[in-house]
Each structure stands twice: as C-alpha cells, then as structure tokens.
Ligand binder design. Structure first.
Ligand code: PEP
Ligand code: MN
Length: 342
C-alpha cells in the first residue's frame, strides 16, 4: 500500500503515519517530494485493513494498494498453472475439458440418456443439479438425494465423473459421497460459511462467478478455499448482470483471460448461463476457448422443450454433438475474416 500525504500535511502528521504503518506490521519507506510526501508500506505480515483505515488519519489524501489482495490464488505466489483432477479428469492441462449435462437431474431416463449422449459426443464430465438455486420458490427445486443416487449410478455405468451444486453447508457431506466435484453456484459465490466448509471437504470445487461480482471478489472467494486448505479450485465465468436484456447474462470473456492472467487456477466458461440462448452457445463456446478458457460447462437435455429448468438454454443431444464437432475444427484465420469484410 502507498499512503499519499496531502500537500499541506505537517511533519507531525507524517511522523504519526510512519508510526501507524509500523504498528500495522509493515515497514515504512518515505519519499519526500517538493510538495508532498508518500509513505510506502512494505511487507506481507501486516493488516491491510488497518492500513486502509489510515485514509481517515489527518494529513492523508489517499491510500492506494500496490499489490493484489488475494495471495494464494495469485500467479505471483505460484507461477506454474494448477491442474485440478476431478474423478481422474484433469482440468487445466493441455486439452480443454467439456462438462455437459442437464441443468437438473429429472429422472433415471433423462440422466442416463443425457450421460450416454454427451459421453459419445466427447464430454469428459457430467453435470446435473440435485439441489437447485431457483429464483422463484415455486419453481422446481431439484430431486435432492434421489438425484444424487442417480448421478452415482450413471457415473458407475458411463465412467463420467460427476459435478453437482452444493447450496448449503448441511449438504456437503452427503453430496461429497455421491459427486466428484462440488459446484458453488453464482448465487453462493460470497457465501463465506459455505466456502470455509468446502475448503475442508476434500473435493475439488467449481467456483462460479457471482452475477454481480468483480473479478477481484471472485478471486477472493477462491482465496477462501485455498487459504482453508483446498488447492483444487476451478473458476467458472458464467455471465454477469449488465443493462443488456437480449441475453440472460453477459458472458464476460475478457474476465476469462484476466482471471488466467491474475491466477494460476484453471478457468472455464459457461456459455449456457452466460447467454441464456441455445443459438449463442456454439459461437460463445468457440470464443471462450479462443480467449484461453481451460474448458466449458454446457447444459444439455434429451428434450429441451420439456426441461424442468433452463430448457431455453439447453442443447439437444444432436445439437451438442454438432457443437463438439465444431470445436474440433480449427478457428478461422484472421486473414480470411478481413477478406470476408472487404
Ligand atoms: C446451474 O449451473 O444450473 C446454475 C444454477 O448455475 P449458476 O449458479 O451459474 O446460475
Ligand atoms: Mn441451469
């Protein structure tokens, strides 16, 4: 942190700040200019919050951070990229990983048909909600334990590791017995009690970005997991709230690249929730991979028009297979794009 003293600050006010910086656990480095002084607070053992409070001290104009508030998730702490293994599938390695499946597990037929279909098309993990965070209390809330049992059965048959959402600390143990990776949904990204408990759960976590969260807040949420002892965290950009109404959310692709720049953790994209429109899933998927995403999570349903949640953004099995074929094709080179415009 750098403390900028005001132009008219007195020597006594500057000395007071130097003493407070030491009390806060940092070493003060003072630079005196013609008009004003600045005090750099150096070190890692002290309290940032206490330094920030110095904004209220007499003679201080501003307190400006020079390092990121997250530490363990930062690439400054770990330069090599983290690989997260979920039921034997590595996320964050050479190959992009595709997680696919229904928004909600609805029935034995539905989850088995989906799992077989997405596996045949090349997905590496199966998603399926058992406990659903629905905006309305009157909407389908998920089959709970029944869904977890189906997910376990379908994993045994297909070999696809399973990702499912955990909404409450009360459910962590039960869900951990049935799933390979635990999803923290967008609405719970800042549920710190849940994050603290998931840090000790011994399962990899898929941490979705909150709809209104900044990248910094998202990475600080991941920091809770790492600081609590769980290094196996995959970040997921799933769209944020903006003024746009044609799409359900705005898929923030720059945030995918930025999160990979700031953090060593793998970052995947969710074009289903990120756009809310099945016609945009394929182009958004290609764009996410082009910008560096380590994988995708995509909603697929054997009959989207009958889906009990998120049917409008779910791909049919045929559409998903087509999307997977398209991802394997090379990206159009820039030169041909320019030629097309001319
Ligand atoms: C989901 O994955 O079905 C879901 C509810 O996602 P999000 O938390 O991103 O809305
Ligand atoms: Mn959904």
């Amino acid at each position: 942190m750098v403390i900028n003293m005001a132009a008219g600050a007195s020597e006594a006010e500057l000395q007071h700040i130097i003493e407070r910086v030491i009390e806060c656990g940092f070493q003060p480095h003072v630079t005196r200019g013609a008009e004003r002084a600045i005090v750099a607070a150096v070190g890692s053992g002290g309290s940032r919050a206490a330094l920030e409070a110095l904004k209220a001290a007499p003679g201080v104009e501003d307190v400006v951070p020079i390092a990121h508030p997250f530490k363990l998730v930062s690439r400054q702490t770990r330069s090599e990229r983290t690989r997260v293994a979920a039921g034997g599938v590595v996320i964050g390695g050479e190959d992009a990983v595709v997680i696919a499946g229904p928004c909600s597990v609805e029935s034995r037929e539905q989850i088995f048909a989906t799992a077989r279909g997405v596996k045949a098309a090349g997905a590496s993990l199966l998603r399926g909600g058992a406990y659903k965070p629905r905006t309305s209390p009157y909407d389908f809330q998920g089959l709970g334990l029944e869904a977890l049992k189906l997910l376990r059965e379908v994993r045994e048959e297909t070999g696809l590791p399973v990702v499912t959402e955990v909404m409450s600390t009360n459910d962590i143990e039960l869900i951990s017995e049935h799933a390979d990776m635990l999803q923290v949904g967008a609405r719970n990204m800042q549920n710190y009690d849940l994050l603290r408990r998931l840090a000790k759960a011994g399962k990899p976590v898929l941490l979705k970005r909150g709809p209104s969260a900044t990248v910094k807040e998202w990475l600080l949420a991941a920091e809770y997991l790492l600081a609590g002892g769980n290094p196996n965290v995959v970040l997921c950009e799933r769209g944020i709230k903006t003024f746009e109404t044609e799409t359900r959310n705005t898929l923030d692709l720059a945030a995918v690249a930025l999160a990979r720049e700031l953090s060593h953790l793998p970052v995947i994209a969710d074009p289903s929730h990120g756009t809310g429109r099945r016609d945009l899933i394929a182009p958004a998927s290609r764009a996410a991979l082009a910008i560096g995403a380590d994988g995708l999570i995509i909603e697929v349903h054997p009959c989207p028009e009958r889906a009990m949640s998120d049917g409008a953004q779910s791909l049919s099995l045929e559409e998903f297979a087509r999307l997977m074929n398209g991802l394997a094709a090379p990206l159009r080179p820039v030169a041909s794009l320019c030629a097309a415009e001319a």
